[in-house]
Design a protein around this ligand. Structure first.
Ligand code: MF3
Ligand code: CO
Ligand code: CO
Length: 282
């Protein structure tokens, strides 16, 4: 089935969930959805901005969790990870060779560590999901290069976004860029559709072939969140059921933005109001 509602094309059930609910025989215009995604994305980004001032040598990942939880609550939102599929904390802290979903604990960050903090805020039923890397003191130059390449790969993929571009083009941009530098793309986790649910179709792979996969269309909202390893891409899961680490114990980096596809291009919902892009945050 293929139907057109104004400028919104609906050809399967997935696009129904992407574009909103069919109420009174009328689809919600996606500008309302984008307004809410902007609010949620901005709250998540402001949480990371606030944490930037606090993430220093000697802080524990639990303290980062508490600061994030309180900031989101005090600004009218709720932390999406808390109680999500049994997760007991309000954000993820993934240190050094942890790829993603690190659980905040009493671990103290020390000179030479780097940590990904991944924040997801829910506000007005919409989700904003974003993560950045934070460096503690002086980190090895190899790690610095990995972090820079990961940020650049995410931005290269974002910059090509517009209607008609294919989902596989995103993965191609990221994979070709980082593999050229000798790094690898984690396969076991991917970006995802996001709107009034945390994780929804489509899967946004960070590796892939040009001109493959579904067409991007105005109104789609999803994350791009490449996890890039200094060594091989293989993952090992820890016994806590959440923490994913590199199998070869090599360092790993990640950044994440929530974005929307517009008529002519894209909008990043999770941009820093303070201009914080990647470390060092000056
Ligand atoms: N924020 C993560 C993502 O980017 C998901 C974390 S799920 C949690 O999709 F339960 F670990 F918090
Ligand atoms: Co995400
Ligand atoms: Co996230």
């Amino acid at each position: 089935m293929y139907a057109t509602f104004g400028c919104i094309h609906v050809d399967n059930i997935f696009f129904r969930t992407q574009y909103g609910v069919l109420t009174n025989n009328k689809f919600m215009n996606y500008s309302e959805k984008f307004e809410k995604m902007r609010t949620a994305g901005n709250l998540a980004a402001r949480t990371l901005d606030m944490l930037t001032e606090n993430i220093k040598e000697g802080i524990s990942t639990d303290q980062i969790n508490k600061l994030g939880y309180e900031f989101i609550r005090d600004n009218g939102g709720f932390s999406a990870p808390l109680f999500y599929r049994g997760f007991t904390k309000s954000l993820c802290t993934s240190v050094n060779h942890v790829i993603c979903h690190g659980i905040p604990s009493d671990r103290i960050l020390k000179n030479g560590d780097a940590v990904n903090v991944d924040v997801t805020a829910i506000i007005d039923d919409h989700y904003g999901d974003t993560s950045r890397m934070f460096c503690i003191g002086e980190i090895p130059v190899k790690y610095k290069n990995l972090i820079d390449a990961t940020y650049e790969a995410m931005m290269k993929a974002i910059k090509i976004l517009k209607p008609g571009v294919k989902l596989g083009d995103i993965g191609y941009e990221i994979q070709s860029f980082v593999e050229e530098k000798g790094f690898s793309v984690v396969r076991d986790f991917c970006g995802h559709g996001i709107s009034t649910t945390f994780h929804e179709p489509p899967n946004v792979l960070h590796y892939g072939n040009k001109n493959s996969g579904m067409d991007l269309r105005p109104g789609m909202t999803f994350t791009i969140e490449p996890m890039i390893n200094a060594g091989k891409y293989n993952v090992k899961m820890l016994n806590d059921g959440w923490t994913a680490v590199t199998k070869d114990k090599s360092l790993s980096a990640q950044f994440e933005h929530t974005i929307g596809i517009t008529e002519n291009g894209y909008e990043i919902f999770t941009e820093s109001a303070k201009g914080y892009l990647k470390p060092p945050y000056l």
